[in-house]
Design a protein around this ligand. Structure first.
Ligand SMILES: Cc1ncc(COP(=O)(O)O)c(C=O)c1O
Length: 402
């Protein structure tokens, strides 16, 4: 835990009211009220009614505060790894004092455990008995299932049919109820919301629930302890919860530190939201950074992060492939596409203004499919001309040389 808090730099205290005083929970965690689940008709495909998640209400976006992040740090300590943040062996090569925050070293392979554990620990005793539900393709599902198992809280995850079998199996290994349904994340989420209403389960959005954002913010506290007053912290962005939490922590304690978000060109939904001055559906394409492939950023995440972000950068896929290759070759780190996006921005030359500066890049996930990993390495090698494909026609007639 950080000892000194510069209270004069704290941002507006807009703590979600669900974080009010504890009553009913045995661990002193802030209480998540049983939300009133509203039915709100929407013109979704097939004319199906969509249920609104009361914690992520577009009409009432909630910002988290520094206090929320420190509460999360207090509650999850001992339950998640405090990951290392060493100086990169390639600092000189990149012309900056570069540090790599290795949060892919969490037990389930990503930072998502921080928010998941905090959200679970913040439930009331009754909610802990009933359990929670979420829809996710990967890292959030694994984190929630694993910590639910460890904390003895029932977890249900709805995973779309396209979810990788390995990830589905991992969630089952963590003793969760895993429902594989829906053709995409949208359908999986609709089903999860309906089940949440029918079974009285709390829906935990993987990037927009206030407790999820606060939990992810604990990375920011650790970074500042490990690398005091960095000039910049570079954070991959999907739904926006990760950068919202980190920015809240970092800007409160070190206001001069620049917060730089990175997205793939294939799913630049935060950049789209900035242009639109609010979250907007952005078409996404296949990307190596599947963890960042969220078509619309969270309303709470956007409201929290937007005033604190100094710059957003969009990178091409080739640079993500090269970053994955470089991290294996030079740092001995296996990261997934989303985890390599920060370094990709440096390799692409998008952050040249940080030369000579102290920069922390977050390596936030390592759950990469082995076949995708192989293809990434090939693409990375090809991008720097170390792997060339060519076709040769050779005559098989004896004595012919041409
Ligand atoms: C490895 C990894 N990095 C980054 C992100 C982005 O986090 P957020 O959606 O909170 O912006 C995700 C989200 O799933 C992820 O899995």
């Amino acid at each position: 835990m950080l000892q000194a808090v510069k209270t004069e730099t704290l941002k507006e205290q807009t703590v979600p009211k669900s974080n009010g005083n504890s009553n009913g929970n045995s661990n002193g965690a802030s209480k998540v009220e049983r939300p009133e689940v509203k039915l709100r008709p929407r013109h979704v495909s097939g004319g199906v009614e969509e249920i609104l998640d009361p914690f992520c209400d577009p009409a009432n976006p909630r910002k988290i505060s520094f206090h929320d992040v420190t509460s999360a740090a207090f509650l999850i300590r001992g339950g998640v790894e405090r990951t290392p943040c060493p100086k990169s062996t390639s600092s000189d090569l990149y012309g900056m004092e570069l540090y790599l925050k290795k949060d892919f070293l969490q037990y389930t392979g990503s930072f998502k455990e921080r928010g998941a554990r905090y959200a679970l620990l913040s439930l009331t005793d009754e909610q802990k008995r009933t359990g929670v539900i979420s829809a996710s393709l990967g890292n959030h599902a694994q984190a929630l299932c694993y910590h639910g198992w460890k904390l003895n809280i029932p977890v249900t995850v709805v995973m779309p049919k396209a979810a990788p079998i390995m990830k589905i199996q991992k969630c089952r290994n963590y003793k969760a109820r895993v429902i594989v349904d829906g053709n995409d994340m949208g359908e999986a989420k609709s089903l999860a919301m309906r089940m949440s209403q029918d079974e009285g389960l709390l829906y935990v959005n993987g990037y927009d629930h206030p407790h999820i954002m606060a939990g992810q913010g604990t990375i920011g506290l650790e970074i500042l302890e490990q690398v005091p007053e960095p000039d910049a912290v570079v954070v991959p962005v999907g739904g926006g919860g990760l950068i919202a939490g980190i920015a809240t922590a970092v800007k409160s304690l070190s206001p001069k530190t620049k917060i730089i978000g990175v997205e793939s060109e294939k799913c630049a939904s935060f950049t789209g939201a900035m242009k639109n001055k609010g979250p907007i559906h952005t078409p996404i394409k296949n990307t190596l950074a599947d963890g960042l492939a969220v078509p619309k950023v969270g309303y709470n995440a956007y409201a929290t992060a937007m005033p604190l972000i100094d710059r957003m950068v969009v990178v091409k896929e080739e640079w993500i492939a090269l970053a994955i290759l470089r991290l294996v070759e030079e740092e001995k780190c296996v990261v997934e596409g989303a985890g390599g996006a920060g370094l990709a921005a440096i390799l692409a030359g998008h952050l040249d203004e940080l030369r000579g500066k102290k920069v922390v890049v977050l390596l936030c996930g390592g759950n990469i499919d082995t076949t995708v990993f192989g293809r990434c390495l090939e693409r990375g090698l090809a991008a720097v001309g170390r792997l060339v494909k060519f076709n040769v026609e050779i005559s098989d007639r004896a004595g012919r040389h041409q």
